[in-house]
Design a protein around this ligand. Structure first.
Ligand SMILES: *[C@@H]1O[C@H](CO)[C@@H](O)[C@H](O)[C@H]1NC(C)=O
Ligand SMILES: *[C@@H]1O[C@H](CO)[C@@H](O)[C@H](O)[C@H]1NC(C)=O
Ligand SMILES: *[C@@H]1O[C@H](CO)[C@@H](O)[C@H](O)[C@H]1NC(C)=O
Ligand SMILES: *[C@@H]1O[C@H](CO)[C@@H](O)[C@H](O)[C@H]1NC(C)=O
Ligand SMILES: *[C@@H]1O[C@H](CO)[C@@H](O)[C@H](O)[C@H]1NC(C)=O
Ligand SMILES: *[C@@H]1O[C@H](CO)[C@@H](O)[C@H](O)[C@H]1NC(C)=O
Ligand SMILES: *[C@@H]1O[C@H](CO)[C@@H](O)[C@H](O)[C@H]1NC(C)=O
Ligand SMILES: *[C@@H]1O[C@H](CO)[C@@H](O)[C@H](O)[C@H]1NC(C)=O
Length: 472
């Protein structure tokens, strides 16, 4: 009974599991570069660390037991040696170790010996501190990346304490007797501090937004779809990568397909963007009714030999100038279906299924419907990144016309179709391709910039591998 329930549960969870539409991979090269930033962060935090008070009894020959307390111990100087950071598949996380760290501290001391109270200041040096910490990465219910401490081990090699003031000269010679005690206390206080830092980091991650408004219409969800995957050489995060219409938040009628982002150890990171992500944006615009445009003659480029008036259109519809002599025209162009992008090896294809309604504009302003045409077209494009710019080139593969309604009688669409096949590539060249040839500057972030980026279009997704320059 039980095994079949387990199988059923696995089946259900398997089928419900969402494929990530965007994948992010951090390589070992990226991890090692990122380490410097983390080292700075730890150094900053270490300088504010106050050690807990150390209080104990020591037995000094002849004198007997003396009770001592070391208070207000804080770090005055700490030079962090280059830590080592590596992917740690065993716990789906990272392992960090720092060895040979030396720290200078100051503080106060107090002793109680029978009724004699004494006190003063102290300088302490901690030598050869080794810390090994392992953190586990995970995903919380809201799809945030989470980080938690899995293990921590701290070893202190040696301690030197100088007491100043009071009758410190009396017990300074006995430091060697209670050094081990102090070393033990310090060792015990390090891991709680490390864990506190990890908790701070975790609270920053929890506070991060996983959904971003891209513009007034669309938002992009970037929450994790599953727990991170860590192997010996990389970290892979699967993100939802779906655009939503902010108002309706409706799901498109298609789902992301799984894809495998190839490893690119030569770059610090890679991002895989599936065709689903683009198509979800397309659906967002389509379902908001935004994929439509009204065209009048003022929008027809001057190099176009045909104009939007009933005389000019007589070329295609011979009866039109007789029925509506000398009138300007307007067109309503709209998508009949969600425009769909297909990513194939080195090519991005786009299928557009649209319709055009044509109107004659009467002298009193009334728009008289003339006809409706279905216009189906296919485009294919190449994209690449060079010198930090996204460039590309689009060509029209085909366009077909079909007359679906006519208030002016029937006519053959052959001439119009032939002219469109000749004319649209010219329009593309003068508009989209002009922009793509110039290139679009890659997005810059507040403190980071992509460098040495390459883009490859693969079956179902495109991969951008890049190094990152970080400014702090
Ligand atoms: C360290 O303490 C100083 C003074 O209290 C404060 O200004 C600074 O922000 C603290 N730094 C960190 C990293 O918490
Ligand atoms: C990781 O786990 C494997 C098997 O569980 C073990 O053999 C290996 O020593 C572990 N690696 C580290 C670095 O702890
Ligand atoms: C991602 O976030 C959205 C809203 O923020 C939520 O509806 C969805 O369930 C989340 N998905 C995952 C996989 O956490
Ligand atoms: C998170 O998103 C909300 C709403 O979109 C916004 O008001 C808030 O400023 C964002 N927070 C951060 C830290 O970006
Ligand atoms: C054409 O459309 C534009 C924008 O909709 C409008 O500003 C302009 O007046 C229109 N021109 C004509 C001749 O109707
Ligand atoms: C119609 O368009 C043609 C160009 O094809 C132009 O020469 C003519 O003046 C236009 N007629 C009107 C009434 O705008
Ligand atoms: C505008 O003119 C057309 C053709 O002359 C006519 O059929 C229509 O009734 C007129 N509309 C208005 C509102 O006057
Ligand atoms: C364009 O599509 C039509 C109809 O599907 C087809 O007959 C024609 O051969 C196609 N032309 C090209 C260049 O692919």
């Amino acid at each position: 009974m039980l095994p079949s329930v387990v199988v059923l549960l696995m089946f259900i969870s398997g089928t419900c599991a969402e494929n990530p539409a965007i994948q992010f991979v951090l390589t070992n090269k990226g991890l090692q570069k990122g380490k410097h930033r983390v080292t700075d962060w730890i150094q900053q935090h270490l300088e504010n660390v106050t050690l807990p008070d150390i209080s104990s009894d020591i037995h000094i020959p002849i004198l007997g037991n003396i009770h001592y307390t070391l208070t207000d111990i804080s770090i005055t100087k700490c030079d962090l040696p280059e830590p080592s950071v590596e992917f740690y598949p065993n716990v789906t996380g990272f392992k960090t170790s720092i060895s040979g760290l030396s720290v200078a501290l100051t503080g106060e001391w107090e002793t109680h010996y029978h009724i004699i109270h004494d006190g003063g200041s102290l300088d302490m040096a901690v030598f050869d501190l080794n810390v090994i910490s392992a953190v586990e990465l995970g995903k919380d219910a809201g799809g945030h990346l989470s980080v938690s401490s899995i293990s921590c081990d701290a070893q202190v090699g040696d301690v030197d304490v100088r007491f100043h003031g009071g009758d410190s000269w009396i017990f300074q010679p006995f430091v060697k007797y209670f050094k081990r005690q102090i070393i033990g206390k310090i060792q015990k206080s390090i891991c709680p501090s490390v864990e506190e830092m990890i908790v701070t980091l975790e609270s920053h991650l929890q506070a991060m937004n996983v959904s971003f408004d891209v513009n007034q219409l669309l938002s992009l969800d970037l929450n994790l779809t599953s727990v991170p995957v860590v192997d010996a050489t990389s970290l892979n995060l699967g993100l939802k990568g779906e655009f939503y219409n902010i108002r309706t938040h409706s799901e498109p009628p298609f789902k992301p397909k799984s894809f495998t982002l190839p490893e690119q150890q030569g770059y610090m990171m890679s991002v895989g963007l599936s065709e689903f992500t683009l198509n979800s944006a397309s659906y967002g615009y389509y379902s908001a009714g935004l994929l439509q445009v009204d065209i009048n003659d003022s929008m027809i480029p001057p190099y176009c030999p045909v104009h939007l008036n009933t005389t000019s259109m007589g070329r295609y519809i011979p009866q039109l100038p007789k029925l509506f002599p000398g009138l300007p025209m307007s067109l309503k162009v709209y998508a009949r279906q969600v425009p769909v992008f297909f990513f194939q090896s080195d090519v991005v294809k786009l299928g557009l299924q649209g319709s055009v309604k044509a109107f004659a504009i009467q002298r009193n302003g009334t728009q008289t419907p003339l006809l409706t045409l279905d216009v189906d077209s296919g485009f294919s494009g190449k994209m690449w990144i060079i010198d930090g710019r996204l460039k590309g080139m689009v060509k029209m593969d085909n366009v077909t016309l079909k007359l679906v309604a006519s208030e002016v009688g029937s006519f053959s669409t052959d001439t119009m179709e032939k002219d469109l096949r000749l004319g649209l590539p010219v329009v593309l060249a003068k508009t989209v391709n002009k922009v793509l040839a110039q290139g679009l500057v890659l997005p810059r972030f507040k403190q980071a910039q992509l460098v040495n980026s390459v883009l490859k279009v693969k079956e179902g997704f495109m991969a951008v591998s890049s190094d990152v320059e970080v400014y702090f």
